[in-house]
Design a protein around this ligand. Structure first.
Ligand code: 3PG
Length: 306
């Protein structure tokens, strides 16, 4: 049986070596398609695969139609908005992710963005410090917990809002619970967003929430750009010049921000949150183990589709 790794954005080479060790030790053939430039390459490569490992690569009905032997697809990472789950189910393909494996890398990137901004983008002008600043975690899953962990070391005053996480869990991780999202935005100068994207969360952070934030507010988004209502973001940017937006990946309104609001945003031009050797190894090896285990035993831990 064949396992295909297909990634437009390649893993660190050591991660590929470790996937090879896991899959070949279990007797599977491994094929690697990295850095592919067009869908045709993916469609051709997937045609003989029994298992597929991807990153943010879109696994659509077209891919699944081409994947005649496919039994399982694993998103090596957390967010699975790139997988068409209904289509996976219709094609009898199990879909999984590898939650938590790249969370520390994303959390560290949130701090890189905050530190770069608070030090004035290294322009030589005097900056400020994170110690004592209020930090609000909008969602308290794996990444939110890592951010809280680092924020404690920085001496930040940490709050969290997450309707699915108990006060006890937040307290154990050093965060004070906010009972509603408005309270979080009202209290915190820094807000770091860690929600998954879905029909409810899409565009859920916009004008009404951001305008609640205190002076010199900084909104940090290392999750998905689609969580932000960009019209609302632009509106509040027009009304208040003390707000900054830091984001892992360019927003759609990048050109307007560049034209009108210089110095008030930072973007990575490619999504970089999980782009570390460690998180590549963690997510890749977890994906390899899950695919091997499923193909050998049918174990469905982290199955996403029903
Ligand atoms: C995730 O959802 O796990 C992150 O966004 C990482 O995505 P990537 O594998 O494309 O870097």
């Amino acid at each position: 049986m064949e396992i295909l790794v297909a990634t437009e954005k390649p893993f660190a080479q050591i991660a590929i070596r470790q996937i090879r060790e896991v899959t070949e030790a279990a007797g599977f053939k491994l094929t690697v398609l990295e850095n592919y430039k067009n869908r045709a390459e993916l469609l051709a490569a997937v045609s003989t695969a029994d298992g597929l490992i991807v990153r943010s690569d879109a696994v659509t009905a077209e891919v699944l139609d081409a994947a005649k032997q496919l039994k399982i697809v694993i998103r090596a990472g957390s967010g699975y908005d790139n997988l068409d789950l209904a289509s996976c189910t219709a094609h009898n393909v199990v879909a999984m992710n590898t939650p938590g494996q790249n969370s520390n890398a994303v959390a560290e990137l949130a701090f890189l963005l905050m530190l770069y901004q608070i030090r004035g983008g290294f322009t030589g002008k005097s900056g400020s410090e994170l110690r004592g600043k209020t930090l609000g975690l909008h969602a308290f899953g794996n990444v939110g917990k890592y951010v809280a962990d680092i924020a404690r070391g920085f001496g930040m005053d940490i709050y969290a809002y997450d309707p699915f996480v108990s006060e006890r869990v937040m307290k154990n991780n050093g965060a004070k619970q906010c009972l509603n999202v408005g309270e979080l935005y009202l209290k915190c100068q820094y807000i770091s967003i860690h929600m998954p994207i879905n029909e409810i969360t899409k565009k859920s952070v916009g004008y009404d929430l951001i305008k609640k934030m205190p002076r010199n507010a900084v909104l940090v988004n290392t999750a998905r750009k689609e969580l932000i209502d960009e019209e609302g973001l632009l509106k509040i940017f027009e009304e208040r010049n003390d707000i900054s937006y830091l984001s892992d990946v360019e927003p759609d309104c990048k050109a307007i921000l560049e034209e009108k609001h210089k110095g008030r945003f930072i973007f990575t031009n490619k999504k970089m949150g999980a782009q570390t050797e460690e998180s590549n190894i963690n997510a890749a090896v977890a994906a390899a183990r899950q695919v091997v285990e499923y193909l050998n035993t049918g174990k469905e831990k982290y199955k996403l589709n029903r």
